[in-house]
Design a protein around this ligand. Structure first.
Ligand SMILES: *Cc1c(COP(=O)(O)O)cnc(C)c1O
Length: 389
């Protein structure tokens, strides 16, 4: 926490606005709009809810194709299935690990001709529905706060006139060519879950440059109640609005976002400086014109050039020292629940998963904490090389 969160929560209590409406919500949304220049924002209960609403508002329904980055957390893909739509998973490009624009275009063409069936397994629950259809949405992710190649992705989206929904759950504070991640598409979403760069304990936001779209999202998020004194509904609604209490936490957190981004970037720079020369280690790095929030510092271990040190050697060594590190997200096309759906892409995402490790990256880490992690990783390399002598 930064400092003012409790103050804003107390204000909600003092004014008795313990509801999904109130001043904290307005101020929190305003802060998101000011920080990202996203145009308009609605604070909601989660990033997942934001993706669900964005897909609904993009007209996604049963049997529709949604082109989704495969290397991501499952919450990017689950809302596609909530709607009975069909995820077509797209591979990664090696620079940002995000959606590969070439694979994206190949997938669009395969969807339009019906050849997409050849990219699926016969036990896909929607196998018979893998016919010639134009995809409804492109869903790229700015994974680990690293901006995706938006120029190329938007060029493909424009060429085929397909809306873009940006999963910027991990990327608040990151930007591409000076523009905030989450603000390029028809919709963007942010997450304020407990593990993200800032948190409301649980929460999210859906953003768009289009005021009418966000007004509609807010309407759907509050049970789609028509403006009438009696309770009347002409659309199916959802109970997705954030509470004014949680928004108080968010308001305080937005004040410290720039500082938290600095700290995450400092973590990354520290690790890079201390470990970058070790053989076989590669860092997930910013490309020219991108600004990452470095939510998590991620490395790849190539055992062929590291003297046999792989990501599990390091993870288990750190774990024995009571230091938690984690593998990279397992790609959706490798997940039991999604493996039968179409996948278009090369082996980059699989390689990143196999070799990738997220290092401890919390905003509250002190220099001594970072030093301890570094010492243990160097010790791990030494232990392996001594055994090999
Ligand atoms: C956390 C996360 C989400 C979901 O956000 P919640 O607020 O936890 O629902 C979606 N996509 C990605 C990439 C995430 O990391």
């Amino acid at each position: 926490m930064g400092g003012n969160e409790q103050l804003y929560v107390q204000e909600a209590f003092a004014g008795n606005w313990i509801a999904p409406v109130g001043e904290n919500l307005n101020k929190f949304e305003q802060a998101i709009v000011e920080a990202t220049a996203c145009g308009h924002a609605a604070a909601i209960t989660s990033g997942t809810a934001g993706l669900h609403l964005a897909l609904i508002l993009s007209g996604v329904g049963p049997g529709d194709y949604v082109l989704c980055q495969s290397l991501t957390f499952c919450a990017s893909a689950n809302p596609i299935r909530y709607l009975g739509a069909i995820p077509v998973f797209i591979g990664s490009e090696p620079n940002s690990w995000n959606m590969c624009p070439k694979a994206l275009e190949e997938a669009i063409q395969a969807c339009m001709t019906g050849e997409i069936q050849q990219f699926a397994q016969a036990d896909c629950p929607d196998y018979a529905q893998l016919t010639a259809k134009k995809p409804k949405v492109i869903l790229p992710v700015h994974l680990y706060g690293m901006p995706a190649d938006m120029d190329q992705i938007l060029a493909v989206a424009k060429r085929y006139e397909i809306p873009v929904v940006e999963d910027a759950a991990e990327a608040l504070g990151a930007s591409y060519k000076g523009q905030a991640c989450g603000t390029f598409g028809d919709f963007g979403i942010y997450s304020f879950n407990g593990n993200k760069i800032i948190t409301t304990s649980g929460g999210g936001a859906i953003v768009s440059q289009d005021a009418a779209k966000i007004a509609h999202a807010r309407h759907l998020a509050t049970q789609a109640r028509d403006p009438a004194p009696h309770y009347q509904h002409t659309e199916i609604g959802y109970n997705y609005r954030l509470s004014n209490v949680s928004a108080g936490i968010g308001r305080g957190q937005m004040e410290v976002l720039p500082e938290w981004v600095n700290r995450r970037r400092r973590n990354h720079a520290f690790y890079k400086e201390a470990l970058g020369q070790l053989p076989g280690i590669e860092f997930l790095e910013e490309q020219p014109d991108t600004y990452a929030n470095h939510w998590l510092t991620c490395i790849l271990l190539d055992p062929a050039s590291s003297g046999g040190v792989d990501r599990e050697t390091i993870r288990l060594h750190l774990d024995a020292q009571n230091i938690e590190s984690r593998p990279i997200w397992k790609p959706m096309h490798q997940q039991p629940v999604f493996a039968s759906f179409p996948y278009v892409g090369d082996e980059t995402a699989d390689r990143v998963f196999e070799r990738g490790l997220c290092l401890p990256s919390g905003s509250s880490m002190e220099k001594e904490d970072l030093e301890r992690v570094v010492e243990q990783i160097i010790a791990c390399f030494q232990a392996v090389s001594e055994k090999m002598l």
